[in-house]
Design a binder for this molecule. Structure first.
Ligand code: CA
Ligand code: CA
Length: 204
């Protein structure tokens, strides 16, 4: 006599936690569930709803279904909350000011960008076209924008000076020390003081 025992007991499926939080832009990997069944053989697990856009804030439900060989099934859900990224990138330039003589070559500053989420924020620059054939002063604004459209800017100033200009360098060693640059009252001047601490001031 052959006795066939019908398996009518569904598998069980559970997650360590039924909720999960992400910040927009972080990658999502569906956590592995714990599965048991009364019968021999590995029940199959299918996951749906796990292909949501992690760059968009919101609440998403991921459904796990486990099924044994006798078509008994059970489900468990995971609610994923994606928080919007509201933190702008940081942008830095290796120098805030540059000086070249007329006819010289402008080399862009080195730009350093970091963000809390986006590994590659977009960098754009804004400013008038630089004409190195005449003296002048240019301002270039560099802007970094992350995937959630948060942005930050840094300003670069380029001075193009005529060839008969010169640079005078002064070293101060004590706090509050003053220096005097000799000028003639009947002459006109056009110069920039670079304080050496990242700040500078243009004078006419
Ligand atoms: Ca079963
Ligand atoms: Ca960000």
């Amino acid at each position: 006599m052959v006795v066939t025992v019908q398996d009518t007991t569904p598998p069980t499926i559970s997650l360590e936690s039924n909720t999960l939080s992400l910040v927009a832009g972080q990658s999502f990997t569906a956590p592995t569930p714990t599965v048991t069944d009364n019968a021999n053989g590995e029940p199959t697990v299918t996951i749906t709803g796990d292909d949501f856009d992690t760059s968009v804030g919101g609440e998403y439900t991921v459904t796990y279904t486990v099924r044994d060989a006798s078509e008994n099934s059970a489900t468990v859900t995971l609610v994923v909350t994606v928080e919007s990224d509201t933190t702008p990138p940081t942008i830095g330039l290796d120098r805030a000011i540059g000086t070249i003589v007329v006819g010289g070559t402008f080399t862009e500053p080195t730009i350093t960008v970091t963000d809390n989420i986006d590994p590659n924020p977009t960098i754009t620059s804004q400013g008038v076209e630089i004409d190195t054939s005449t003296s002048g002063r240019y301002t270039i604004i560099y802007t970094a924008t992350d995937a959630s459209q948060n942005s930050a800017s840094a300003t670069y100033t380029l001075n193009i000076i005529s060839a008969n200009s010169f640079v005078t360098t002064w070293r101060t060693t004590t706090d509050g020390e003053s220096i005097t640059i000799p000028t003639h009252s009947e002459s006109t001047y056009n110069y920039t003081v670079d304080w050496g601490d990242g700040t500078s001031r243009f004078h006419k």
